[in-house]
Design a protein around this ligand. Structure first.
Ligand SMILES: NC(=O)c1ccc[n+]([C@@H]2O[C@H](COP(=O)([O-])OP(=O)(O)OC[C@H]3O[C@@H](n4cnc5c(N)ncnc54)[C@H](O)[C@@H]3O)[C@@H](O)[C@H]2O)c1
Length: 318
């Protein structure tokens, strides 16, 4: 099978591409290697999968003509579309990056799938579409009409555009709503990575909403299993949560980090930030039923695996 993985130099895309290569699929990666966070991490990830056989193409998915050449050169069996400008807080400062990469970029991908006869697309959506919904756990058929950040609004619009392409052109689209993904090769802008760096530097860690943030933290290997299952089993159109299915406080996450780093965190309690949601908790019964998704990695195990990777990658002794 030949799979286009967009955003394959990114955290989730790298892991998905790696898994596809390991089982013998052919993988083409498109990524613009933007500097939203440390580009050297993206280069290292891309280098690893290139060595395993992936073709890596540096390109912006908002450039329709450039992307079309790739679709003409390759006959993709499937597209796994993970490229996006991520991050809720950054979308307050740079809103137009989100419309360009997430809305126009996703539209280009869907249009090119239609034009080039690619039938099956898996797309990354996000738990952020649930906004400030009070009813937990969040369920796929809950209303999600009130996104509270530009990032969330672009992810919601991706789901809608995918539906339109399914309705008009019969494209099989599975939109996966990921919930706070963490693990080795993770994103430096996300809490676990940032806190680890700051704790090792003996600095305060900023904890928003005075520690009352709750998240459904999901380990990367579980997410990859869900993404691969969605690639292998196309549906006409589905939206599916991929979470661990447990709601934990950020302080509990920090406790685990303290345990595995052997360092006591210095916590700087701060107010809630605009655009952030106070809690996420995903109902995963649909993923279990449709994708046989069974998350396996607990927070304690997952944080340990992240810390082990971090020490090794940055050469930090215990
Ligand atoms: N990590 C999470 O917790 C999480 C949660 C919900 C949703 N998501 C979604 O999952 C997907 C993957 O996220 P991630 O955590 O791996 O983020 P990431 O930032 O590590 O990966 C995204 C990749 O896309 C690339 N990219 C961005 N804009 C591009 C463009 N215009 N053209 C080509 N490449 C571009 C980036 O360079 C990056 O390598 C994203 O769509 C994100 O919105 C992630």
């Amino acid at each position: 099978m030949k799979v286009l993985v967009t955003g394959g130099a990114g955290f989730i895309g790298f892991h998905v591409a790696k898994k596809l290569l390991e089982r013998g699929d052919s993988v083409v990666v498109v990524d613009n290697f933007n500097d939203y966070y440390d580009v050297s991490l993206k280069i290292s990830r891309a280098e690893l999968i290139r060595k395993s056989g992936a073709e890596i193409i540096k390109m912006d998915i908002s450039d329709y003509e450039a992307l079309e050449k790739i679709f003409r050169q390759h006959e993709f069996d499937k597209v796994c579309h993970l490229a996006a400008q991520a991050g809720v807080r950054y979308s307050m400062e740079y809103p137009f990056v989100y419309s360009k990469s997430n809305v126009l970029g996703t539209h280009n991908i869907l249009e090119l799938c239609k034009e080039h006869g690619v039938k099956d697309v898996v797309l990354a959506s996000s738990s952020s579409v649930y906004g400030n919904n009070k009813k937990v756990p969040f369920c796929e058929d809950d209303r999600v009409d009130n996104p509270i950040s530009v990032y969330a609004a672009t992810k919601k619009s991706n789901e809608e555009l995918a539906y339109t392409y399914h309705h008009l052109y019969g494209l099989n689209c599975t939109c996966l709503r990921f919930f706070t993904v963490y693990g080795p090769w993770g994103r430096p802008d996300m809490a676990l990575f940032k806190f680890t760096q700051l704790m090792l530097d003996d600095k305060d860690i900023p904890v928003f909403n005075h520690g009352n943030m709750k998240r459904d933290f999901t380990y990367i290997d579980d997410i990859v299993d869900g993404v691969i299952a969605a690639i292998d089993k196309p549906f006409p159109y589905e939206i599916i949560n991929l979470a661990r299915g447990e709601c934990r406080t950020l302080l509990e996450y920090i406790d685990n980090l303290e345990k595995h780093l052997g360092i006591e965190a210095k916590i700087d309690m701060l107010p809630m930030q605009p655009g952030d949601v106070p809690q996420t908790h995903g109902d995963i019964s649909k993923a279990k039923g449709l994708l046989e998704y069974e998350p396996e990695v607990s927070i304690s195990e997952g944080v340990k695996k992240f810390v082990d990777w971090y020490r090794e990658y940055y050469g930090i002794k215990e």
